[in-house]
Design a protein around this ligand. Structure first.
Ligand SMILES: Cc1ncc(COP(=O)(O)O)c(C=O)c1O
Length: 331
């Protein structure tokens, strides 16, 4: 195989199909969180259980990977190449998908010093158990991740492999499209008006939810609670994905008041909210994504954003394995 062929599939344009390779357990349930609703004294809180898309595949990323995998297979790709933080859920899900479908997987993982982590735990353990090849890059190299993945594709081509490159979080047009189906599910589970509250990072989930709400004319408001990026950056990224997806007018809102110490960093106060929510729902939340978005939701409730009769759908985007790589203020 030649590098030209890799070029042809890069960017997921030339051979893109709208096909879906079924991997997730769908539809995921929508559950009313009665005790959380009562304890937080605000709107009616429902949880969309995308943490149940599958065990190793749990979370929102599998929805995106179903479309990427179909396109990768159609292109004849042999190796999934992507990038993320060491504890990336997307990288974990990609490694598991590769193992499940007989593909290879190569991950570029960002660590603070470009070195492997001291402990192989949480999502990183699962990436390794699934047999992914991993390379560590520094935060500075992360800025050049697209070029680094190209170089990897080139290297693989020389070894007779054809790479399918996915951006961080699989947040591109294919990833956005994957959420259309999710909104069809939701429309069969609850009637609006409602606010869809969720953790937002690489913009794909927010863009996908906004696209689905607009396409199906649902009476729902999409709010992405940033877990690291500024409101301006994230809004721009979501908007760019919507433009690329032909839905530039789809409304959405981004809030960045709850990023706290920044991506992947937590305070005990945040972890206590996350633990409180586990004790009120029996659900596992993770410190980087859903835990932070829950902190945001709780504070917005306290500041009076919602009426008690309002409905909030908290999109549980998964990520639970990260709790096994974190310490908690258990008292
Ligand atoms: C558990 C979890 N929730 C939410 C998100 C955010 O999704 P997106 O990157 O599409 O904004 C991620 C992304 O990695 C995630 O792993």
């Amino acid at each position: 195989m030649t590098y030209q062929k890799v070029e042809a599939v890069r960017g997921n344009t030339g051979v893109m199909t709208d096909a879906r390779f079924p991997l997730a357990q769908l539809p995921t349930p929508l559950e009313f969180a009665d005790r959380l609703t009562k304890a937080w004294g605000g709107p009616q809180i429902y949880i969309k259980r995308d943490d149940l898309t599958g065990f190793g595949l749990s979370g929102n990323k599998v929805r995106k990977l179903e479309y990427h995998l179909a396109a990768a297979k159609a292109a004849g790709a042999t190796t999934l190449v992507t990038c993320g933080a060491v504890q990336s859920n997307h990288c974990r899900a990609t490694a598991i998908v590769a193992a499940r479908t007989g593909m290879k997987c190569l991950l570029l993982l960002r660590s603070s010093d470009g070195q492997p982590p001291k402990h192989v735990e949480g999502n990183h353990l699962l990436q390794r158990l699934a047999g992914a090849q991993v390379r560590f890059i520094t935060p500075r190299e992360w800025h050049d991740r697209a070029a680094l993945m190209e170089a990897v594709a080139s290297e693989l081509a020389a070894a007779g492999e054809l790479a399918w490159i996915m951006p961080a979080g699989a947040s591109d047009r294919l990833g956005v499209m994957a959420f259309d189906n999710a909104l069809v599910e939701l429309s069969q589970q609850i009637e609006g008006p409602a606010t869809i509250w969720h953790a937002s990072s690489s913009a794909g989930t927010t863009a996908g939810l906004a696209l689905g709400v607009a396409r199906h004319q649902l009476d729902m408001r999409v709010v992405g609670s940033s877990v690291g990026e500024s409101k301006a950056e994230l809004t721009e990224a979501v908007h760019a994905l919507l433009v690329e997806s032909g839905a530039s007018d789809a409304p959405f809102e981004v809030v960045d008041d709850y990023v706290g110490l920044g991506y992947g960093k937590t305070t005990d106060e945040e972890l206590l909210v996350q633990m409180e929510a586990t004790r009120l729902t029996g659900l596992i939340w993770d410190p980087t994504y859903t835990g932070k978005a829950l902190v945001g939701l709780k504070q917005e409730i306290e500041s009076g954003r919602f009426e008690p009769s309002d409905q909030v759908v908290f999109w549980h985007t998964g990520g639970g394995f990260a709790v096994f790589a974190h310490s908690f203020p258990l008292g």
